[in-house]
Design a protein around this ligand. Structure first.
Ligand SMILES: Cc1cc2nc3c(=O)[nH]c(=O)nc-3n(C[C@H](O)[C@H](O)[C@H](O)COP(=O)(O)OP(=O)(O)OC[C@H]3O[C@@H](n4cnc5c(N)ncnc54)[C@H](O)[C@@H]3O)c2cc1C
Length: 512
């Protein structure tokens, strides 16, 4: 950089983190308001491309990285169209920001602004920035629908039961208005290299591939996120059926699919809320339109729970501090993560996650219950695998939901356990979802596919399935599943055919 060119006063560095958008962006708004020049910055932090904390899974999987790259590229384009640019660096923000301050000239930089986070790794970055930058640092609250300062209680006292939180927030906390999108941005300080957006290879991330079966066929970025909102509400009216369709398993439209955009901050929850309110005023206000907001409040809730409990959300015993002797049977875990447990509904969901980075909420609840309540494996294996794989990974929602599923979080019913077979039959009655993701069972007809181990030899051979060869024998068969096998449901097994009893399958519980 040519230092002589830097005749600039009052530059604000606006560090983008999980707020990759121009609309309703409080940090950007603050920067524009307070600086003569604004330097928008995104750092690809190498720590995000190492291993997860305990189990060393790739911290950012291929599908999420693709979404992130698309989001950063889209943000750059938006900022360029408004007379600025996105400066991109690979490096730790605590090191990159001081270097940029040096480049611009310390006395020219008036401050740094970013959206604050609540969990340890992110807070460590903030502490580093505060220590090393030597300029005024301004932190804004974002990410949630309800602003922290508008809660009707001290966030440290957030109720431990969601319903209590929701009712008080709905009754007493307003949702702030959306901050207007700036038409033009303040100029960049001169002479700063824009920097190249890295490739997966640069950061040691695998290249992603698109699976045509995906329920999330979208690209990342504010532009596509806002288009999805427009489509789900205004173009198709899907939002008016959300409550009835939200537990679906196949296709893009059974639920909103807002989560990856929300997790990366490409779309603000307040913007979604304001569009739903407009939709309710102009078209329909019903249980479904309300229910999207109800779900957004879950997202808020887990963020405030993380704020309240700090690192306890990562502990083995969770926020309840329970002493549970979790197993660490890696053979069973490998089967779970690769979708080869021999339990078709679990395998279908886990394979979808592996191939696409997405899984429905119904699927997530089931695979989490299976891991923690049936296999009794350490819940953190599951949480870290999700952290690696999910395109919508959000540390508070992920760990909060895992704690909930494991019975060491905010579920008032701590003994909740999903009956996987019943769930499969309730939400995939004809087995279409299983056959989509587990093609080796494609010739097993109807809902029988959920209890493939209970089918007779004749049925299995007709469907070209050989348990233990073409498809695994189940790791376990829970006693309560028996109530839902084809036989119990009164389905014929095939002419003159008896279901074979225990063909080499160890019933509850087989461990290695
Ligand atoms: C074990 C487990 C782990 C999860 N990990 C994550 C995660 O890392 N990131 C994430 O965004 N969601 C997570 N969820 C919540 C939920 O599964 C996803 O938000 C949802 O499936 C995303 O699809 P959607 O956008 O179509 O959701 P919709 O059903 O359309 O819901 C609308 C929005 O509400 C929010 N929401 C819905 N359900 C929840 C919930 N239970 N907790 C928090 N927010 C919710 C999401 O922002 C979602 O986009 C997890 C759930 C479980 C059971």
């Amino acid at each position: 950089m040519n230092r002589k060119m830097a005749s600039v006063t009052g530059t604000i560095i606006c560090l983008f983190r999980n707020d990759l958008r121009v609309h309703d962006n409080e940090a950007l708004h603050w920067a524009i308001k307070n600086g003569t020049h604004v330097l928008p910055l995104y750092c690809f932090d190498p720590r995000h491309y190492k291993g997860t904390y305990h189990f060393n899974f790739p911290k950012t999987g291929a599908n999420r990285f693709k979404f992130l790259l698309e989001s950063v590229a889209d943000l750059r384009q938006s900022l360029q169209s408004k007379g600025s640019n996105l400066i991109v660096r690979v490096g730790k923000p605590e090191e990159v920001v001081p270097q940029l301050i040096e480049c611009v000239g310390k006395n020219m930089v008036q401050g740094l602004v970013y959206q604050g986070e609540v969990t340890e790794e992110e807070l460590t970055v903030e502490q580093g920035l505060n220590k090393k930058c030597g300029v005024k640092v301004h932190t804004v609250w974002g990410h949630t629908l309800h602003h922290k300062e508008d809660l009707p209680f001290n966030p440290k006292n957030v109720p431990d039961v969601y319903t209590q939180f929701r009712k008080r927030v709905e009754e007493q906390a307003p949702v702030r208005s959306v901050i207007p999108t700036p038409d033009r941005l303040k100029p960049l300080p001169p002479g700063i290299e824009e920097g190249t957006i890295p490739t997966p290879h640069d950061l040691g991330v695998q290249e992603s591939t698109t699976d045509p079966r995906t329920a999330f066929p979208f690209a990342g970025g504010e532009t596509t996120g806002v288009a999805r909102l427009q489509n789900y509400l205004w173009d198709t009216d899907h939002v008016a059926q959300y409550k009835e369709t939200r537990n679906g398993m196949i296709g893009a439209d059974f639920s909103t699919k807002f989560s990856p955009w929300l997790a990366h901050g490409c779309v603000s929850p307040r913007f979604i809320y304001s569009e739903i309110k407009k939709y309710e005023a102009k078209r329909t206000a019903n249980q479904s339109t309300y229910w999207v907001i109800f779900e957004l409040l879950w997202r808020d809730y887990f963020r405030f729970v993380a704020l309240k409990y700090g690192n306890k959300i990562f502990f083995s015993g969770g926020i309840l501090g329970k002493d549970i002797p979790w197993k660490k049977d890696m053979r069973q875990f490998e089967a779970w993560k690769s979708g080869t447990t021999g339990v078709p509904y679990i395998d279908a969901n886990m394979r979808e996650l592996l191939a696409t980075g997405f899984m429905s909420n119904r699927g997530r609840q089931n695979v989490a219950s299976f891991l923690t309540k049936d296999l009794k494996l350490d819940w953190r294996l599951g949480a870290e695998w999700f952290e690696s794989m999910l395109i919508d990974h959000d540390v508070c929602s992920n760990y909060g939901n895992w704690l909930y599923s494991a019975g060491i979080g905010n579920d008032p019913r701590q003994d909740r356990k999903f009956n996987i077979v019943k769930q499969g039959l309730d939400y995939d009655a004809q087995g279409d979802y299983v056959r989509l993701w587990v093609p080796e069972l494609s010739k097993v007809t109807g809902g029988d596919v959920h209890t493939v181990w209970a089918l007779s030899n004749t049925v299995l051979s007709h469907a070209e399935v050989s348990l233990g060869e073409t498809y695994p024998k189940p790791l376990l068969v829970a006693p309560e599943w028996g109530r839902h096998s084809a036989k119990s449901r009164g389905r014929p097994q095939g002419k003159g055919d008896k279901p074979q009893r225990n063909r080499g399958i160890d019933f509850y519980f087989k461990s290695s």
